[in-house]
Design a protein around this ligand. Structure first.
Ligand code: SME
Length: 172
């Protein structure tokens, strides 16, 4: 399957939002390998959400959040479940939108370009499997609309991927 970035380069963010889920589902629906689906979701986010410098996953393993598939510069590999924005979203089991990372106590800086961040927990069928973490190089980048669409994308990931084959979800 060939991805043609030129099809999307002239679209505005609303137009990209509108086709993101449809295009993503084409890639997820016939793939059974979870790691492949996690990887493509990170890549799709980097294409369809403007002004990002990092998008990826931290997956719950051995009572830590361990770096999973991502797009961006090298990152911290392990985060304690009570540290950083990722640990806060995991522990609170809710999405956290950070307008300015320097205002978030305990923010873990992986990339000096990061100015704002959104972290969404991976919760499916009563288990939490980690988080989706997205950084932007501009302040206040993320909106409720972004979170809504990203959560729909995660629902697609859960629909086409048996997370328990890859991960050990923690009962919540
Ligand atoms: N900023 C995150 C750490 C992950 S790097 O940004 C990829 C945090 O504070 O948990």
């Amino acid at each position: 399957m060939e991805f043609n970035i030129e099809m999307y380069e002239n679209l505005n963010q609303t137009e990209k939002h509108n086709i993101f889920l449809k295009e993503l589902e084409i890639y997820l629906k016939d793939e059974t390998d979870i790691l492949a689906n996690f990887s493509n979701l990170a890549a799709f986010i980097s294409v369809f959400f403007e002004n990002l410098n990092w998008s990826g996953f931290y997956l719950y393993k051995e009572n830590e959040l361990v770096l999973g598939p991502f797009c961006g510069f090298p990152a911290t590999t392990r985060i304690a479940v009570n540290k950083g924005v990722c640990g806060a979203a995991f522990t609170k089991q809710e999405a956290i939108v950070v307008a300015s990372v320097c205002d978030f106590p305990g923010h873990i800086a992986c990339d000096i370009r990061s100015k704002s961040e959104v972290v969404i927990p991976l919760i499916n069928k009563g288990k939490i499997y980690g988080v989706l973490d997205i950084d932007s190089s501009i302040h206040s980048r993320f909106t409720d609309k972004d979170v809504e669409i990203l959560e729909k994308a995660l629902e697609l990931l859960y629909r086409y991927s048996d997370l328990d084959k890859l991960l050990v979800g923690k009962k919540i």
